[in-house]
Design a protein around this ligand. Sequence first.
Ligand code: NAD
Ligand code: UDP
Length: 390
Amino acid sequence: ASGAAVRLDLDGRPIQPLTICMIGAGGFIGSHLCEKLMFETQHSVLAVDVYDDKIRHLLEPENGHPWSSRIQFHRLNIKHDSRLEGLIKMSDLVINLAAICTPADYNTRPLDTIYSNFIDALPVVKYCSESNKRLIHFSTCEVYGKTIGCFLPKDHPLKNEPEFYMLKENETPCIFGSIDKQRWSYACAKQLIERLIYAEGAENGLQFSIVRPFNWIGPRMDFIPGIDGPSEGVPRVLACFSNNLLRHEPLKLVDGGLSQRTFVYIKDAIEAVHLMIENPERANGHIFNVGNPNNEVTVRQLAEMMTKIYAKVSGEPSLEVPTVDVTSQEFYGEGYDDSDKRIPDMTIINEQLGWNPKTSLWDLLESTLTYQHKTYAEAIKRATAKPAAT
Ligand code: NAD
Ligand code: UDP
């Protein structure tokens, strides 16, 4: 008899091994999802991306991994590659993560942003619909845009009422800025692809789940400018602040750092996706918020917390003046705008999949900054060391 215990789904049925076509598998979320599937399940992954750096540790055959026959990397750009349809046809499930998804691009490369998040996702939806493949599509919490409460005068008591800020999948409207605020090009493209997938479900019976991540963060997110990404590049806030801390520069607070976010640990969030993969009957037809409503901070508070934790894990003292204010115009350029507050309602994911996040903001920042320090501190030292005089 084989030693491996049979794993059961939430309704007590044995889980059959699946072939999963994961598009964008080489990114931040994809790399963690691939790890989860290789380490803890018997599913196979056709990993599609233009880059493989973040999953190379899973792919190298010379390491003789026990999962090596279950993961296959396909380097292709889904914008123009006829192999995509074949890979989807070979799969039981498609997970689409591919997208341009860094705010610095939304207002400066709005065309690429819209093409990537809407046009390039169209064939994926179409092939799934035509060949009856289940689709888990990654959208964003940004489809909610701004809260209703943000239009109330400052200090208005109604701002504290949940119906003015709580974001619910099936009730809350999507509120974006005007067209010249190109920040919203991303959210709008994601909203339209959500509507298209929803319509494919309603009219053609497509089996789908839509994931709206609320600021998932952890190791391998984005890049450190000048080390493993362009020196002029602007990643998302975790990598921006990590970069500042590693270089002993003040953290830049955009427009006062007053915006509020809830951060969830990537490893908690991946558990939610794992449950969706293995419980199709509970997950199909739903849109899921995936976030941690208990981990809310302003961006300024995040900066203060990361400064404290980095001093602890690196053993280096923090700067006397740890933050500096910058305008969004200076930092992001014309057309930037912001979501004011993002608290996910967790009712649906709780009822359907029994999922709850576990890790506190302090703990997730401590493990992430420990990783950042280990991975990058030496490289930064080398890069910033004065070149020897000639
Ligand atoms: P990421 O940038 O690390 O990963 C995206 C991956 O897709 C990259 O590896 C990229 O190379 C790949 N890709 C993009 N275009 C491609 C193409 N044309 N062909 C092949 N590969 C392509 O981002 P992530 O944080 O892992 O996000 C994954 C998804 O989740 C995105 O759709 C994003 O919009 C969504 N999301 C993430 C967060 C978060 O908190 N991390 C929040 C909201 C939404
Ligand atoms: N931000 C900041 N300093 C930085 C990078 C980002 O103050 O160096 C702010 C940004 O304006 C936003 C928040 O941090 O209010 C989160 O930004 P992120 O890029 O992570 O993405 P978002 O949550 O807006 O999608």
